[in-house]
Design a protein around this ligand. Sequence first.
Ligand code: FAD
Ligand code: SIN
Length: 523
Amino acid sequence: MRHKVDFLVIGSGIAGLSYALKVADHGSVAILTKTNLEETNTRYAQGGIASVTYKPDSFEKHIKDTLIAGDGLCNEQIVRKVVTEAPVQIKELIKWGSHFDKNKKGDYDLAKEGGHSEHRILHHKDNTGFEIQRALSKKAESHPNINIYSNYFTIDLITQHHLGKKVTRKSNNIECYGAYALNIRLNEIDTFLAKKTIMATGGIGTVYYTTTNPIIATGDGIAMVYRAKGKIEHMEFVQFHPTSLYEPGKRPSFLITEALRGFGAILKTIDGKEFMHKYDKRESLAPRDIVARAIDNEMKNRGDDHVYLDCRHINAEELKTHFPNIYAKCLSIGIDITKEMIPVTPAAHYLCGGIHVDENGKTTIKNLYAAGENSSTGLHGSNRLASNSLIEAIVFADSAAKDSIKSLSDSVFIDEIPDWNDEGTSLTEEMILITQSLKEVRQIMANYVGIVRSNLRLKRALDRLEIIHRETEDLYKKSTLSVKICELRNSVNITYLIIKMAMKRKESRGLHYNIDYPFKNKI
Ligand code: FAD
Ligand code: SIN
């Protein structure tokens, strides 16, 4: 089937939905989402959304905290943009129906997380993402110009390549004309022609075995832009959240929000001893890279599988009121957090790099924008400050929407684009090849490309991955497309990019730590 829309939105998290809502009064919008509208990383966000609200907080303080966390690689102009535009975007979220908690005085109840010098995190209990996703989904579903295509898996972007023209990484005139997407229910591949396309496919967490990300986070958007020869950067900066609930065999891992440490919870080793003072004067509230590495080091030195987070000293009623979901989840596995310590371990959580965009959310491919976790805006540098990603997503969705609307009349549909051709392919009966390769990818990433890296580990990871890459490309060419084979191919592309960029960085900075280069280069 062929579709023609002014705006094609790939992804239904905070980035995709807020872009869609901002452009919808100016043309037709199609939102593609690979499962249902609600199943996104956004939905699982716990701690909240960072924005300066009240004194003594100030833009300068939020900017400074973001720059410190980013460890020298933030683009200061972009940091200023996000921080100063944040309050307006928070107002928009509230206008669209999101609720944030208030205190008895009627002021917003601001939380504090690692690396923040002030209380500045707006939140809705401990399930802020669920609340934002609920409000945006409802709004998008009721807009007459928005069509939602659930269970549509986007396979590839359409560019001049599909008109038989040569496109290379050096081409500076690549244009995006839309995308091919698999209608999962009918097993058919549809062609979506669009004047403007935005990539908002979220994170990559599932390329690691232990992750807080839901199963949709396979890095599809970044892999698609890479294959379309767009610029991808900073993939080595994978953020591990220090505290995911230790539940062996459970995937994804349940997050224990950093806001709990902001509320007074303390990290301890299995024998109940505090250890963070050995690593940073901010102790349990140091930025994430420092805390995750400290936990990793304690676990390795002691041979333990986890550490503990202790909240037993916090008022039990307040704990239950502020963190009802964490309380309920832990209780469901037999841990009463008011009386017992919570076993936690680091887990792959967030990607700081991705599709390069400028201050308007424009990628290096004409008519293609990116926003949200799959983009690399320059805000996070080498380490994201907690709760800075939801706000980044909506600020950049806004900029991309403004630019898309302004230039819509310059873009045209390219009717000559052919439909997808799957001649000569057949349904693979060898599902085991796909599932085993995916497992191998996750093992490679866990064993050799984790919190601490070395030249030898990265080289070994690349050697192993090259075999899986060859096998996957062979299988992909022969197979009628399925979600699983596409996700495997995308995961292989993503891990390749992470490893290659990690090998290029000959220093340790932010989230990338290589024992062979334990120093920082001058910038
Ligand atoms: P997502 O919300 O992940 O949406 C991605 C969308 O893309 C989905 O609709 C998916 O179906 C779709 N998609 C993907 N691939 C395809 C494809 N091939 N075809 C079609 N559709 C596709 N950040 C904060 O700022 N504060 C927090 O408190 C916070 N807590 C977090 C807690 C957890 C457990 C996790 C996992 C993350 C948290 N983060 C937090 C990070 C933040 O939630 C994400 O970075 C952000 O929600 C990403 O939004 P997004 O719109 O970019 O992508
Ligand atoms: C958390 O609640 O700890 C997650 C916050 C984030 O990832 O920004």
